[in-house]
Design a protein. Structure first.
Length: 266
């Protein structure tokens, strides 16, 4: 399991309304009176990408998960109701979904990277992650070097794809891209790919629910997840950080973590 994140202050930028290329002028996130403005009155609209259990997925007609509950706390502290908007991950990580005001925040088990920080601002880190190798028990490859000449599945636009691409030349596997993590995981089960790489939280959850698969390797990459806000929306970023800190101090964060990962954070 991921270790406990050390909460750090976020360097906040002045509020700035951005114009998306080829799109109409985006709505300013802060009004003339200094009050935060939201996509819909009374709601905090969250861009996410489904499914990505246990962070966000549909269960009995309702979207649930670790990220969903954390953002519920943010919405509560703002006096709002969270509204979820499912959209392709590429549009989230590129900042387009925020810049065109499809949503107010983005929470999709999204790793904070230097490239993504050019597209949006992030909250303090709230979850530490590694990359992990998912395989079928029929062909339990233990590590990337064993995949020479084999097919390695990745989810498009993820840090797992970046890690696989970085090590492709050394290990000689073929990369197969999938639009979402469920398609990638099912491809491992069906034998369409020989293995797949993605964040450890999601593939460990899949292997637990699907005993014909297993996670055979984990790779420390120094990754941490953050909640995204429109570039320059310092006021909303500060509110998100305030809610995350309060949840950690009150024990709510530990309770939610244990609910979805089976143990308290370390």
């Amino acid at each position: 399991m991921a270790r406990r994140t050390t909460w750090r202050a976020l360097a906040l930028l002045p509020a700035l309304a951005l114009t998306a290329a080829g799109c109409a002028q985006s709505i300013a996130p802060v009004g003339a009176d200094g009050e935060l403005q939201f996509k819909e009155p009374g709601k905090l609209t969250t861009c996410t990408h489904l499914p990505y259990p246990p962070f966000q997925f549909d269960e009995n007609g309702k979207t649930v998960g670790f990220d969903v509950e954390l953002v519920d706390l943010v919405a509560r502290d703002l006096g709002l109701q969270q509204e979820l908007f499912d959209t392709p991950f590429e549009g989230i990580q590129s900042g387009e979904a925020l810049n065109t005001r499809k949503c107010d925040v983005a929470a999709a088990a999204m790793t904070i990277t230097d490239t993504r920080k050019q597209n949006m601002d992030f909250s303090d880190p709230y979850f530490d992650a590694k990359q992990a190798l998912l395989v079928s028990k029929k062909a339990p490859y233990q590590d990337l070097p064993e995949l020479r000449g084999k097919k390695l599945g990745v989810q498009l636009g993820t840090t797992g794809e970046e890690y696989a691409t970085e090590h492709k030349a050394a290990h000689g596997y073929e990369i197969v891209q999938f639009e979402d993590v469920a398609l990638m995981e099912n491809a491992v089960q069906s034998g369409k790919v020989d293995a797949a790489i993605n964040d450890n939280g999601v593939v460990l959850d899949f292997a637990k629910k699907n005993p014909d698969t297993e996670v055979t390797g984990e790779y420390s990459t120094g990754e941490a997840y953050g909640i995204g806000v429109q570039k320059g929306n310092a006021q909303l970023a500060a509110k998100v950080n305030e809610s995350l800190r309060k949840a950690q101090e009150s024990g709510e964060y530990d309770r939610i973590y244990e609910k979805w990962f089976g143990q308290a954070p370390k």
